[in-house]
Design a protein. Structure first.
Lengths: 113, 113
């Protein structure tokens, strides 16, 4: 079946603009995760959705970052008033449930000029 | 909180040889899972192998195997018969009860012809 998909693949924006990144998880997966990967670094957890429960937002770096998951499927990560330090690859993953293996999408590379 | 440490930023191996990537972790939980992911230049994170902490037997997937030392909190990855396609960043990760996955900083592996 289809894997996790993300769009756009690449996004270039100007400092101060808002951006939206989209993630389509694997069909039937109840858990969805967003991570940030800065150049040459490991992955930094941002936010986690599990079913209809309130999301775990503990990894969001500032209030400029928010995420939604509509209908328990597609998720959108929004970054408002982007800053140059937001430049990174944003990775989405989904899993079948708690402590199940996470499967990753190809990521969105964000560049803030 | 969980932490994962990969002490080898870069490694290289000759094609067909064996290489071992190191990983140590720290957790206070009893029920956790450990993973190795591979990230080639395409940036797609690919699951290599998964280990349940409650299992004593080391996980194996074809040419990939782990040496899981629970008391020492060590989780190394052995790649046998290295192939050019194994060239990638390798990330060790720990997944705890709260479903938060923590990643190490990664090891860049180069397989030389």
């Amino acid at each position: 079946g289809a894997g996790v998909s993300q769009s756009p693949s690449n996004k270039v924006t100007e400092k101060g603009k808002d951006v939206e990144l989209r993630c389509d998880p694997i069909s039937g997966h109840t858990a969805l995760y967003w991570y940030r990967q800065s150049l040459g670094q490991g992955l930094e957890f941002l936010i986690y959705f599990q079913g209809n429960s309130a999301p775990d937002k503990s990894g969001l770096p500032s209030d400029r970052f928010s995420a939604e998951r509509t209908g328990g499927s597609v998720s959108t990560l929004t970054i408002q008033r982007t800053q140059q330090e937001d430049s990174a690859v944003y990775l989405c993953a989904s899993s079948g449930g708690k402590q199940e293996t996470q499967y990753f999408g190809p990521g969105t590379r964000l560049l803030v000029l | 909180a969980q932490t994962v440490t990969q002490s080898q930023p870069e490694m290289s191996v000759q094609e067909a040889e064996t290489v071992t990537l190191s990983c140590t972790y720290d957790t206070s939980e009893n029920n956790y899972y450990l993973f190795w992911y591979k990230q080639p230049p395409s940036r797609q994170m690919i699951l290599v192998i998964r280990q349940e902490a409650y299992k004593q037997q080391n996980a194996t997937e074809n040419r990939f195997s782990v040496n899981f030392q629970k008391a020492a909190k060590s989780f190394s990855l052995k790649i046998s018969d290295s192939q050019l396609g194994d060239t990638a960043m390798y990330f060790c990760a720990s997944l705890g009860n709260n479903n938060d996955m923590r990643f190490g900083a990664g090891t860049r592996l180069t397989v030389k012809p």
